[in-house]
Design a protein around this ligand. Structure first.
Ligand code: SF4
Length: 417
């Protein structure tokens, strides 16, 4: 354990003491199921901002081969974790394969599978028993899933008034809408909340991390930071504290669609209400009009969110709100999100982030193209653009050619000396 912590601390550029203190206080989580043979990932306060990429089949597009290609693209592009959100095909087989192949931590949302299996048995999801839900959760953990999204904060209290005071986009979380349907139909409390102690025992058994899902996250700018979102966050805050008492790692999921000027308040609310628990945000998307470019919209929000203290960004692809992403869109999503995380890390004073930028700038000024290209976040794309036309001088690029300002500055400086 100590050796592993030393390795993680070294990679993060922090001391082992700081890492241990963060873990003890619950402000850093070490993500790794004890059955998964991977390097643990530390997420939280004072560390590099992490990036997650969602992959997985849908009922309409269900090819394991394709999902494995997406997994490779995610890892190659530098994603820190992946979530398998499959809802089509042989879910168990897809999940097991992804967990076995992945070199980074894998997360899932087990409740999706409960709904899929209910449908297969020609039964409504609302008829699923509490034991069936927990059986599926344990199946995921037994397969080595490192973190699970559980929508425990969607309670009868947090959804109070939703029927009368409707939102523009209602409930956009699949898991959140499932739990609401189950609760209203059975006139009972959310089982993931009511039997949270049982959930904690399972997570502890596998050293898994609970990702407390934001089932009531806003899905429209008009719905941002509303009463439902905040009431759910207050419930989640209580659940984080309970998890800490039981020594279970817990992080908190966050919005969603949030305008720029509300991002800082959202981060502060989570950090205050959940006592500094790692915050995992989806985007956030800062406008609703960007479909086709939502990876950019999310990167704008993600950079600001991470700057104010979000610890973990869930990527968004260009196909968000339009369809299941293809391999190239997955790659673009990871790069966009990594850029957001990196930009925030520079501003947060993460030493390693500043160092890479310095190296790139030095190589750029030396017109050392090979070195500079190699250090860039997307070397492949940069090489393609750089290589498509070469200037006469062969030292500069075609942007300014013989009027290259960097070249000129160096010449002038040499002459002046
Ligand atoms: S040619 Fe222009 S854009 Fe290209 S390296 Fe020189 S200064 Fe930069």
């Amino acid at each position: 354990m100590t050796q592993m912590l030393q390795k993680v601390a070294k990679e993060e550029g922090v001391s082992v003491t700081d890492l241990k203190t963060g873990i003890t206080r619950g402000r850093i989580v070490l993500v790794k199921n004890k059955k998964h043979r991977i390097k643990p990932l530390a997420i939280g306060e004072g560390l590099r901002t992490k990036v997650n990429a969602n992959i997985g089949t849908s009922p309409d597009v269900a090819s394991l081969k394709n999902e494995l290609k997406k997994l490779s693209a995610c890892i190659e592009a530098g994603a820190d974790t992946v979530m398998d959100l499959s809802t089509g095909g042989d879910i168990d087989h897809i999940r097991k394969t992804i967990v076995n192949v992945s070199s980074v931590p894998v997360g899932t949302v087990p409740i999706y599978q409960v709904a899929i299996e209910s449908r297969k048995r020609r039964k409504a999801f609302t008829k699923a028993s509490v034991d069936e839900m927990f059986e599926v959760i344990e199946r995921h953990l037994e397969d080595g899933v490192d973190f699970i999204t559980v929508h425990c904060g969607v309670t009868r209290e947090s959804i109070r008034g939703l029927k009368q005071r409707r939102r523009v986009c209602g409930v956009v979380s699949r898991g959140g809408s499932m739990m609401i349907e189950w609760m209203l139909s059975n006139k009972k409390e959310n089982p993931l909340y009511e039997y949270y102690g049982r959930l904690l025992k399972l997570a502890k058994k596998y050293d898994a991390t609970l990702s407390l899902g934001d089932g009531l996250r806003p899905g429209a700018i008009a719905d941002s930071t509303d009463e439902y979102q905040i009431r759910e966050l207050i419930v989640i805050g209580e659940l984080v504290k309970w998890a800490r008492i039981e020594n279970v790692s817990a992080m908190v999921e966050g919005p969603g669609h949030i305008p720029l000027h509300e991002i800082e308040a959202n981060i502060r609310l989570e950090k205050n209400i959940c006592d500094g628990a790692p915050f995992y945000v989806l985007g956030p998307l800062v406008t609703d009009i960007g479909a086709g470019y939502d990876h950019i919209v999310a990167a704008i929000g993600g950079a600001l969110a991470a700057y104010y203290g979000a610890d973990y960004l869930c990527y968004v692809t260009p196909s968000e709100h339009l369809g299941l992403p293809n391999v190239e869109e997955v790659r673009e999503g990871v790069i966009a999100s990594r850029l957001a995380a990196h930009a925030a890390d520079i501003a947060k004073g993460i030493e390693q982030a500043r160092h890479i930028d310095l190296k790139v700038s030095q190589a750029r000024y030396s017109l050392n193209w090979q070195k500079m290209l190699h250090l860039l976040i997307d070397e492949k794309k940069a090489r393609k653009i750089f290589g498509r036309s070469r200037p006469h001088t062969n030292q500069t690029c075609t942007m300014c050619g013989e009027f290259c300002a960097m070249k000129k500055t160096k010449e002038v400086m040499r002459r002046v000396q």
